[in-house]
Design a protein around this ligand. Structure first.
Ligand SMILES: Cc1cc2nc3c(=O)[nH]c(=O)nc-3n(C[C@H](O)[C@H](O)[C@H](O)COP(=O)(O)OP(=O)(O)OC[C@H]3O[C@@H](n4cnc5c(N)ncnc54)[C@H](O)[C@@H]3O)c2cc1C
Length: 375
């Protein structure tokens, strides 16, 4: 049975970042990812510049893959009333198809071990983990990072409490050939949800929306839902009617929730969405995934190289750092999502923001941090 210092479960942004970070400091990890790269993922594909210097220091410069620089933010209400502001930090748009695969290619060059398999169970006993893989047997590890995203059967195995709550949202995404300014991220409200719009590499348009299942299930299918609900917002109607889909059919995922989660479960240290998911309308889940991976990687480097920390101290430090960095963002995200759930309230808020665009920048700042230093 192979044994590793660190096994990372899930090769999305958090997992890929953590394995690259650890390898930079000579800590060999095993990354287990159940899917192949490249693959499309339901995501708004806008990333705040908070993580740009760090990504570049890991060898990934998004602009060399055609990322579009995002400078402005446009918000519209169900009625089509809209307002515009600058993005205080700025950001970029790049598809997950390209971003995750680019990180994977860097990882391959560094000879980091990646297994394409599914982790089916994790047990902690006698200061060691034992992980069961669907096809490739069992591995042992000193530390396990749970970077397996927002919801997995592993959460049930680990008896995580948030799995008892409902997960009432679903999301739909596709790429299109269509018109939209190159440097604007749009967030367009419709009854029951919001739709993010931005240009990505190759000039394609990413259109991704999240909606409550209660609303969506009133319609027969995605086409009918878009026509009867999204089209009520004149921005969305105009964009979608004039765009040609580049996918055979849209991608859809369900069972999305924004419940609080335990950060560490039976010593498995969670990062990215597995630790907590911010509402996509804040547009920085990817930054949070990357930053939390950096946070825990820094602590693991300290643990293995300085040897001056116990497991308990490492876990305690991670909890403190994570909460300091993300708790207030998550709270703001929850408040915002509730505000926008009510048609009249969201209309009132957008009309207010129209007169005071500086307030939008303040709200964006509350859900984002300062750019983190490169390595
Ligand atoms: C509708 C929507 C729109 C969004 N828009 C934006 C946006 O515009 N900007 C932004 O910053 N964020 C956005 N987000 C959030 C962002 O997508 C996530 O925060 C980010 O993907 C989290 O990264 P992660 O690495 O934690 O998880 P993921 O990227 O989901 O990666 C988890 C990985 O784990 C693998 N995995 C799962 N279980 C196992 C297992 N048992 N064994 C092995 N592998 C496993 C999966 O295959 C997956 O590759 C959006 C999210 C949604 C739902």
């Amino acid at each position: 049975m192979s044994s590793f210092k660190v096994v990372i479960v899930g090769g999305g942004l958090a997992g890929l970042t953590a394995s690259l970070h650890l390898s930079k400091y000579g800590i060999q990890s095993l990354l287990v990812e159940k899917e192949e790269y490249p693959r499309h993922k339901v995501c708004g594909e806008y990333i705040s510049n908070e993580v740009l210097p760090y990504l570049i220091s890991l060898g990934m410069d998004p602009f060399s893959y055609g990322a579009k620089k995002m400078e402005h933010f446009e918000l519209s209400a169900v009625t089509g009333d809209s307002c515009m502001s600058d993005l205080p930090l700025g950001g970029f748009s790049l598809s997950r198809y390209t971003l995750d695969a680019a990180l994977y290619e860097i990882l391959k060059q560094k000879e980091i071990i990646l297994l394409h398999d599914t982790v089916t169970d994790i047990k902690f006993h006698g200061d060691l983990f034992r992980l069961e893989l669907k096809d490739k047997g069992t591995v042992k590890a000193k530390f396990v990072l749970g970077a397996y995203g927002k919801r997995s059967s592993l959460d049930t195995k680990l008896k995580r409490r948030f799995m008892n709550s409902s997960a009432p949202y679903l999301a739909v995404k596709a790429h299109y050939k269509g018109d939209y300014p190159d440097n604007v991220v749009g967030l367009h409200n419709f009854y029951g949800g919001y739709c993010g719009v931005s240009k990505i590499e190759n000039g394609a348009l990413n259109i991704c929306y999240i909606v409550s299942y209660e609303e969506f299930k009133k319609y027969r299918n995605i086409e009918e839902f878009e026509e009867k609900v999204l089209f009520k917002n004149k921005f969305l109607k105009n964009i979608l009617l004039n765009a040609q889909m580049l996918f055979d059919k849209p991608l859809a995922i369900s069972q999305i929730s924004f419940e609080s989660k335990s950060l560490i479960e039976d010593h498995v240290i969670m990062c990215g969405d597995a630790a907590g998911m911010i509402h996509p309308l804040c547009g920085n889940g990817m930054s949070m995934a990357i930053l939390s991976a950096r946070m825990i990687s820094d602590l693991l480097v300290e643990y293995f190289n300085a040897k001056s920390m116990t497991r308990e101290q490492l876990e305690k430090k991670y909890r403190v750092l994570w909460k300091k960095a993300f708790s207030s963002r998550l709270r703001t995200g929850r408040v915002l999502s509730r505000l926008f759930e009510y048609k009249q309230l969201s209309l009132f808020v957008i009309n207010y923001l129209k007169s005071y665009p500086a307030v939008i920048e303040q709200i964006i700042k509350r859900t984002h941090g300062k750019p983190v230093e490169s390595l």
